[in-house]
Design a protein around this ligand. Structure first.
Ligand SMILES: Nc1ncnc2c1ncn2[C@@H]1O[C@H](COP(=O)(O)OP(=O)(O)OP(=O)(O)O)[C@@H](O)[C@H]1O
Ligand SMILES: [Mg+2]
Length: 389
């Protein structure tokens, strides 16, 4: 990808376009690393060099494993292998990179494969943002919060959401999703420009998408502010992928502290559901907490949580939270929904009972089952808007 084969006589407009996109690549506020199947680094932009403390030339001699923090290597190896073998479309995770000086830097990274005409893997494109400042700030806040909370172990889940939404003020700048979309659009435009005769119309459309993603970023901030107002929950049409993204913003530091890698697979074109944002967020928080707790004793590389949201059929959507934890004991798939049923020392046994009643009030169903290999999946359906509860 870096290997710039300057074609003998490209038209000026094409060369100008290539320069424009090379500039966009280099100056993008997000780090970009392009690597082949073996993880050898083929191209990096300036932000990546700055964050990692290496020069371009130094990075070209390394692999993505060399720059991955030892504690994150095994989880990364699994995900990367799945992308290379085209068993996974891509992934978004938080991980630590290793700087040249040996220090760790937290990043949020989205990896997408670039495929050849036959659909085979050519390169993996990783786009990342340095989030160390935010993580430090969150950890400080956590600590302060932990001290205040010590006497309030029994804090109800609903109150916990309120505390989370207070955290939102520190996360207001979190606009990672749209930034990632902006970058993948920019990447697409770069690909279009590689054509012998680039389709300017297509490139214009891609640029328009970039503009609208930018506007979406502004909306994310507004929504986070709205969320903090703690208004009475009211019913509204909701995009569950967006609702889940918001929850993941709040739970990110929780997951990091617990060593859990969160993989999200959220459909971009879900039909809206009609419901209470706060209550549905509550359900997702409960399920993620359970999944993390179930993986407490798992080996680090296996602490993976996958959250999916997709259209089940024309009338329903489905959300699944799958973990690699201890799984459900035989015959427990219904019992766990009973109020006050818990296997945890400090559990109340109310998380699933509350969640099931919220989902039922929304006209859906909540069920749990063991995965064929390891761990459990808890899944709920919700009727697409039209079937108002
Ligand atoms: N993902 C999971 N994997 C394995 N077991 C689970 C999972 N989710 C729930 N369980 C089991 O179901 C029980 C009930 O879960 P529930 O969320 O209702 O209560 P809890 O987590 O024990 O306490 P809390 O009220 O604090 O949530 C748990 O104690 C656990 O044994
Ligand atoms: Mg629970």
């Amino acid at each position: 990808v870096i290997a710039k084969k300057t074609t003998a006589k490209a038209p000026d407009s094409v060369r100008a376009g290539e320069t424009a996109y090379r500039t966009l690549f280099d100056k993008a506020p997000i780090g970009i690393v392009v690597a082949d199947a073996a993880g050898r680094i083929h191209d990096v932009n300036e932000t990546a060099c700055r964050v990692l403390g290496y020069t371009k030339e130094e990075l070209a001699a390394l692999t993505v494993w060399d720059i991955t923090h030892p504690d994150d290597r095994s989880a990364f190896t699994i995900l990367w292998g799945e992308v290379v073998e085209r068993r996974r479309a891509g992934y978004s995770i938080e991980k630590r990179y290793l700087r040249k000086d040996g220090s760790a830097v937290w990043v949020t990274i989205t990896t997408t494969p670039m495929t050849g005409p036959d659909g085979g893997f050519l390169y993996g494109i990783g786009m990342f943002q340095d989030i160390s400042d935010r993580i430090r700030q969150e950890q400080r806040m956590r600590k302060a919060e932990g001290e205040i909370r010590k006497d309030h172990e029994e804090l109800s889940h609903v109150t916990r959401v309120a505390t989370m939404s207070e955290l939102a003020s520190s996360l207001a700048h979190e606009i990672n999703q749209p930034l990632t979309a902006i970058l993948s659009n920019a990447q697409a435009a770069l690909r279009f420009l590689k054509a012998a005769r680039p389709d300017l119309e297509e490139i214009r459309d891609t640029l328009k998408d970039i503009v609208s993603e930018d506007q979406r970023a502004a909306k994310v901030i507004k929504e986070l502010r709205d969320l903090m107002k703690k208004e009475e929950p009211h019913l509204e049409p909701l995009n569950m992928s967006r609702v889940i993204e918001q929850v993941l913003l709040f739970l990110r530091s929780d997951c990091i502290i617990r060593g859990v890698t969160v993989i999200s697979d959220l459909s971009a074109d879900l039909p809206p559901v009609y419901g209470s944002r706060v209550q549905l967020q509550q359900v997702i928080i409960n399920l993620i907490n359970n999944a993390c707790e179930a993986m407490k004793d798992a080996v680090p590389a296996e602490k993976m949580l996958t959250i999916r949201a997709l259209k089940k059929d024309p009338k329903n959507i489905v959300v699944e939270i799958a973990d690699c934890g201890q799984g459900l004991k035989k015959g427990m798939t219904e019992k766990i929904f009973e109020p006050f049923f818990t296997t945890k020392l400090k559990g109340l046994g109310m998380g699933l009972a509350i969640s099931r009643s919220i989902i039922a009030a929304h006209g859906g169903t909540l069920t749990a089952f063991n995965n064929p290999d390891k761990g459990a999946t808890v899944s709920f359906t919700l009727p697409a808007e039209g079937a108002k509860p």
